[in-house]
Design a protein around this ligand. Structure first.
Ligand code: G6P
Length: 369
């Protein structure tokens, strides 16, 4: 087992550190050399279904559901199509209005989640075209969908999902670009720029992994907090949810992810010196707005850990601690910010002596309802 961990203390840490390689594998063969075309064969072979789709509905559970929320945004942006995201467990009992003109995308690392499988069967019974995004080759979900794409990030052993999440977000971005090209809704220059930056992503992730020591030190300050708030907006509202989920899963500290602007409708009442707030604030189109949220937390005596774009010094004057990530196109920010969130949860859990690979009460794949 020690050998399988490749010199790391835990599978989870190994899987976090593997992400430059797993993203390389995930992208391999899917972007042409000139970065002008996205080659997702499952999408290309089913061009008509995607081009004429009325709507896309994404179903998933857990971390895969967070990836789905990011996918919704990038698909809407690139493809000019309405996308809905549902928990598979809710979808299956919601009498969903699904027609043969809908495309249903099911996301699952394991490919065995019972609720997601049931959602797929329901969607297919209504005539929808069902597309899977899975990791485990040959699992039940890829076998029960019409077509799909594997994320190819290799076996994920740690119960808390890390490299599968970044793989799912990567495939969803590729899918959005590929479908957008087919539908003629995305500019060629946009495809080229994002494809190029996706190819650079392993280098960016390596850079982010160098925050390891800084995050390890930072984690000591926050190990004994009893509650955490995670805030983000736009593309990073889902990463706030995912950051909070990672912390809950492995450290057993209560954490809540929230869209930053909604803070004033409730969570702000909880802010005090005892509850740290993690703010995901890359320099994007919503940056100015999120800075005002940071100020609101500080004004109420809260402490703020901010994840920011490298070189943004203004925010350093307001936040207590800043973790700097590389500057990437807005739709790719979830990839670079999720790695420090994984590491922060990881080290806090280690400081508390938790079994991070097999947290209590959780299973890697949930094959019962
Ligand atoms: C379990 C795992 C999570 C995972 C979720 C969905 O709760 O512990 O890490 O995100 O199931 O699993 P799936 O395999 O469908 O992505």
């Amino acid at each position: 087992e020690q050998l399988k961990k490749g010199g790391y203390d835990t599978f989870m840490l190994k899987e976090i550190f593997e992400q430059p390689e797993t993203l390389t594998d995930c992208i391999r063969g899917r972007i042409t050399d000139d970065c002008r075309r996205i080659v997702l064969s499952g999408v290309i072979e089913n061009k008509e279904r995607f081009v004429h789709a009325n709507r896309i509905v994404i179903v998933a559970c857990g971390t895969s559901w967070h990836a789905a929320l990011i996918g919704k945004r990038v698909i809407q942006e690139m493809c000019g199509i309405s996308v809905e995201v549902e928990y598979a467990s809710e979808f299956r009992y919601s009498s969903p209005f699904i027609t043969k003109d809908d495309v249903v995308i099911a996301i699952s690392q394991s490919g065995e989640t019972a609720d997601t499988l049931a959602a797929i069967q329901l969607a297919r019974s209504k005539g929808a075209f069902v597309y899977g995004i899975c990791n485990v080759v040959g699992a039940s979900i890829p076998r029960s969908t019409d077509s799909g794409t594997y994320i190819h990030v290799g076996p994920e052993i740690g119960v808390a999902s890390t490299k599968a999440f970044t793989g799912q977000v990567t495939v969803l971005t590729l899918l959005a670009l590929c479908v957008g090209q087919m539908r003629g809704t995305v500019e060629e220059a946009t495809v080229e720029r994002i494809a190029q930056e996706l190819k650079n992503m392993p280098i960016y992730i390596k850079e982010v992994l160098r925050l390891d020591d800084q995050i390890k030190n930072l984690s000591k300050i926050y190990t004994y907090a009893r509650n955490f708030l995670y805030l983000g907006r736009g593309y990073n509202y889902p990463t706030a949810l995912e950051g909070a989920l990672k912390l809950k899963e492995i450290s057993y500290i209560h954490a809540e992810g929230y869209p930053a602007a909604e803070m004033k409708h409730g969570p702000i009442a909880l802010v005090d010196s005892e509850m740290p707030t993690v703010v995901i604030a890359p320099t994007d189109s919503l940056y100015d707005k999120i800075i005002s949220n940071v100020r609101q937390v500080k004004a109420r005596g809260g402490t703020v850990v901010a994840i920011i774009t490298k070189g943004n010094d203004a925010i350093k004057e307001i936040a207590d601690h800043c973790l700097e990530v590389p500057d990437v196109p807005e739709c790719l920010t979830p990839l670079v910010v999720s790695v420090p969130l994984q590491l922060l949860a990881y080290y806090i859990a280690i400081n508390k002596d938790r079994n991070v690979d097999q947290p209590r009460n959780l299973a890697k794949s949930v094959t019962v309802e």
